[in-house]
Design a protein around this ligand. Structure first.
Ligand SMILES: Cc1cc2nc3c(=O)[nH]c(=O)nc-3n(C[C@H](O)[C@H](O)[C@H](O)COP(=O)(O)OP(=O)(O)OC[C@H]3O[C@@H](n4cnc5c(N)ncnc54)[C@H](O)[C@@H]3O)c2cc1C
Length: 408
């Protein structure tokens, strides 16, 4: 029986993989990063239960470890796909990790590595060495070398420090062909580039951050080790402004609603106030779009004395030269009054855009995958449209069932 190929190792791809493997079928799961977990693993916590990403991901990682039917290839993308339902040939292209499976993650290599690089997992708010573990929960638990920063043969310090012969500095890109019965595209989303919102000065003003960066600023494994700070002076903010629909529902940027940003900001506000009860929060919104269990958040936020909800789209942000505080300008449309609000930190609720693939696929006008793919190819979850984890899991499980039917 031919395996099912799953492209994307976020929560959707992982879910499809365990569902298929646990009914006895083979799976090849490929992921372009060096670790599984996608966007969820970068979060501080996730709604509706506000549990950390470990809850949900850890159990799935265990299910993967225990199941020899799942073959994982990280740092790998789908370079080409030919054939048809039941009989596809996929070309997988893997970038070198420079670290072999004998790595025990003892960390001796990191101690001796002299080179540093910006920590992309923490959006550049921290640094790592050129050889690094992407994050505490990294699965597979294995170091990676960033070729751009490693001095390789002219250094070799990690090679000398590694007792397990786990480093191979001459590793090269590899291509392999696999025969698969069907393909699940679980490629997910990335943040809309906030620098394109020129009235919000994301690149220019250090204390304007995006919602995904804010997840890391809150996270115990983040740059502040759980101590929230604002980037300009690393001080705890006394007040925070959330700017909803930063890019979304805007004909000049994304004309669609990104679906999860309202719930994400409500989650952020409540998380902040649980830890820092004196911080004052303002949320500027067009409409607050939350549904189902997340309506509880809205009720809690509406009742919270430290949170002010202001109906109005933010027109611009200014920075005060000395304090690096920000002034947010908007019109409160309920009372038809222009307001200017000074704050320590601004969080942009930046919208969601789809990740891309190197193969030909059917997309809608926004670049999201459609349900109408070639027979035997199933697009799922946030690669198709913005949705939360719960909806993503249902979609991934449905695709898993279709893929299992293709095998038989
Ligand atoms: C700020 C913010 C906060 C959020 N908070 C919550 C929350 O609290 N609760 C909740 O339910 N939802 C939340 N969401 C939504 C949640 O992030 C998504 O539902 C979830 O990430 C969907 O998982 P996924 O696996 O479909 O996609 P992703 O998490 O995006 O995973 C996709 C994976 O595919 C990989 N990939 C992409 N392209 C390729 C390729 N070509 N080849 C190989 N691999 C590839 C990526 O590297 C990634 O690992 C939030 C969203 C935002 C923006």
């Amino acid at each position: 029986m031919k395996p099912v190929l799953i492209v994307g190792g976020g929560i959707s791809g992982i879910t499809a993989a365990v569902e298929i493997a646990e009914v006895g079928e083979e799976v090849i799961l490929i992921e372009k990063e060096s670790y599984l977990g996608g966007n969820v693993v970068k979060m501080n916590n996730y709604f509706p239960k506000l549990c950390p990403p470990a809850c949900g991901l850890e159990i799935n990682f265990r299910r993967i470890k225990q199941n020899p039917r799942i073959k994982i290839h990280v740092l790998t993308e789908l370079a080409a796909l030919t054939g048809e339902k039941g009989n596809f040939k996929a070309t997988l292209r893997s970038s070198p990790q420079f670290v072999k499976n004998t790595c025990t993650a003892c960390g001796k290599c990191v101690e001796v590595c002299p080179e540093v690089r910006p920590d992309d997992f923490n959006y550049g708010f921290a640094d790592t060495k050129a050889i690094y573990l992407p994050h505490d929960m990294a699965f597979p638990l294995k170091y990676t070398i960033d070729e751009q920063y490693c001095k390789k043969d002219s250094c070799n310090k990690c090679l000398e420090a590694c007792k397990y012969d786990a480093i191979n500095l001459s590793a090269k890109e590899e291509e392999r062909e696999v025969d698969v019965s069907s393909v699940i595209l679980a490629t997910g989303w990335k943040n809309y580039p906030a620098e394109l919102l020129d009235n919000l000065y994301y690149k220019e003003f250090k204390n304007v951050v995006t919602n995904v960066e804010f997840e890391r600023l809150l996270a115990p494994s983040g740059p502040g080790k759980g101590k929230l700070y604002r980037p300009s002076d690393k001080k705890e903010p006394k007040d925070i402004v959330f700017v909803q629909c930063a890019g979304s529902r805007d004909e000049n940027h994304l004309s669609y609603c990104s679906a999860v940003c309202c719930s994400a900001s409500l989650k952020h506000a409540l998380t902040v106030l649980e830890r820092y009860p004196d911080i004052k929060i303002k949320i500027f919104y067009i409409d607050l779009r939350v549904s189902g269990r997340n309506e509880d958040f809205l009720n809690k936020v509406e009742e919270h004395r430290n949170i002010e909800l202001i109906k109005g789209k933010v027109a611009k942000i200014e920075e005060l030269t000395e304090s690096k505080n920000l002034v947010v300008e908007a019109e409160n449309t309920i009372i038809s009054k222009k307001i200017r609000s000074e704050t320590d930190l601004v969080v942009l609720a930046t919208g969601i855009v789809p990740n891309t693939l190197a193969i030909e696929v059917n997309k809608n006008k926004h670049g999201f995958l459609t349900d109408e793919q070639k027979d035997g190819i199933y697009a799922v979850a946030c690669g198709k449209k913005p949705m939360d984890v719960s909806a993503s899991l249902k979609d991934a499980t449905a695709a898993a069932l279709k893929a299992i039917q293709t095998i038989h």
